[in-house]
Design a protein around this ligand. Structure first.
Ligand code: FHN
Length: 429
């Protein structure tokens, strides 16, 4: 009897209109929270008294697999509360959460049928973290998404000959890809329905653009609405994260720890740490200021990108206090200025001096001038100005602002009392 062969759709040939429709929620969301959490939080950036590594600690200190596996037996985050994490994200104004399902160390943070090296079988915690968090995201109205590493330092066939993580005599990468990587991803989609799959670790020599294109299509045929980043293939140009060639696999560019120049870029998302590390490091006290984090959000939005800001929870299951404080301040700022950030596009001229950025409502009706510094309680606008005779407002302030023409520029008198800290938004037509 012939087996039913389901017609595989070729999503690599998706129309621009279909992609725009599929990406619309992501484009409007603008602000996401990255979570790097795994058994690497147990050593917390220190091994045998030496610092360095965070989520890379196994590689940084060349820890043998059998020794590293012991961290799984110590991973017991009893203070983990998914509802609390979602509350922190909502209070920050975050619209989607991307958490590591499996980082390079190969440990699966969910109950996987494909391995015993997972949260249910190898740790005393024995709770399905991804299930708890995906349920909490759904209840909280936040999109749930997953980071998944193609590189895997634990799976026998995943690392090439000569790698310190080579765990078998003749590694067969095709076997790893077809009998482990792809089935685990299908399992993750079926169990947790992620809105995005955020790939990483694609730089290994065994991975190719052709495999990336095949994986992209395989996943989109399982979940057509899935959004997949450009690290699914080999088209990313280093940490700048942009596509090296037009038809590279993946839906958006992924600059890391940097902000693109914007202007004409397609879909892109800048991922950044909130301190100096992705994974938890107990000695890392270098948190970025709320001013810097809000300036980054404004700058990225004005250039048409998304901001994926990372937290690294502790081995106890807590998002570090300084991260929570800064995320709350970003949320307070967004409560006043959200109209200039969500569902907007980059402004006509997004850069006018160091202290002003412009965004526009998606329908182009309103322009927003977001600034973080003004002289003598006045703001001078040069290249982007309000229409003659129109009223202009500051978001969070009821009364219209007084503005006058000064030569070819516009001078705006700021209200005596500003509605928030860090940066302010002028709304004009
Ligand atoms: O090697 C990873 C690193 O651990 C971290 O996950 C970042 C976040 O995007 N990506 C890779 C480094 O580029």
């Amino acid at each position: 009897m012939s087996s039913a062969v389901f017609a595989q759709k070729n999503y690599l040939e998706e129309s621009k209109e279909a992609k725009t429709k599929r990406m619309q929620w992501w484009d409007d969301a603008t602000f996401g929270m990255f979570i790097h959490w795994g058994i690497y939080s147990v050593p917390a950036g220190e091994y045998n008294g030496k610092g360095g590594g965070a989520e890379w600690i196994m590689e940084t200190h060349k820890i043998p697999t059998a020794e590293y596996e012991k961290y799984a037996a110590q991973f017991n985050p009893q203070q983990f509360d998914a509802k609390q994490w979602v509350e922190i994200a909502k209070n920050a104004g975050v619209k989607y959460i991307v958490i590591t399902s499996k980082h390079h160390d190969g440990f699966s943070m969910w109950d996987s049928k494909l391995t015993k090296y997972d949260i249910m079988d190898a740790s005393p915690f024995k709770r399905d973290i991804l299930k708890e968090l995906s349920d909490a995201c759904k209840a909280g109205g936040i999109k749930f998404a997953l980071y998944h590493s193609i590189m895997d330092w634990h799976q026998p066939d995943a690392m090439s000959k000569g790698s310190i993580h080579q765990n078998t005599v003749n590694p067969d990468f095709n076997k790893y890809r077809e009998e482990y990587l792809k089935p685990q991803l299908a399992e993750l989609i079926k169990k947790y329905d992620p809105a995005i799959l955020w790939f990483d670790g694609e730089w290994i020599p065994e991975w190719t653009e052709a495999q990336g294109k095949d994986l992209y299509n395989y996943l989109r045929n399982i979940k057509p609405s899935l959004i997949i980043n450009n690290r699914v293939g080999k088209g990313r140009d280093g940490m700048q994260g942009v596509k090296k060639y037009k038809d590279a696999a993946g839906d958006y560019d992924t600059p890391e720890q940097e902000i693109l120049a914007g202007a004409g870029q397609d879909y892109w998302e800048s991922c950044m740490t909130i301190n100096n590390n992705w994974g938890y490091v107990k000695a890392d006290h270098n948190w970025k200021s709320s001013q810097t984090l809000i300036d980054n959000l404004v700058d990225i939005t004005a250039k048409g990108g998304n901001y994926l800001l990372n937290v690294g929870p502790s081995p106890e299951g807590l998002i570090p206090g300084p991260s929570v404080e800064r995320l709350k301040e970003m949320g307070d700022w967004l409560k006043v200025n959200k109209e200039a950030i969500y569902a907007t596009k980059g402004g006509k001229t997004y850069k006018e001096g160091e202290h002003i950025r412009f965004t526009q409502s998606n329908n182009g009706k309103f322009t927003y001038a977001i600034f973080n510094k003004a002289d003598n309680n006045e703001l001078l606008l040069k290249t982007v100005q309000p229409k003659e005779g129109s009223k202009i407002y500051m978001l969070g302030v009821k009364e219209p602002l007084v503005w006058t023409k000064k030569g070819g520029d516009v001078l705006i008198k700021l209200p005596a009392e500003l509605p928030c800290k860090y940066a302010w938004t002028i709304k004009m037509m």
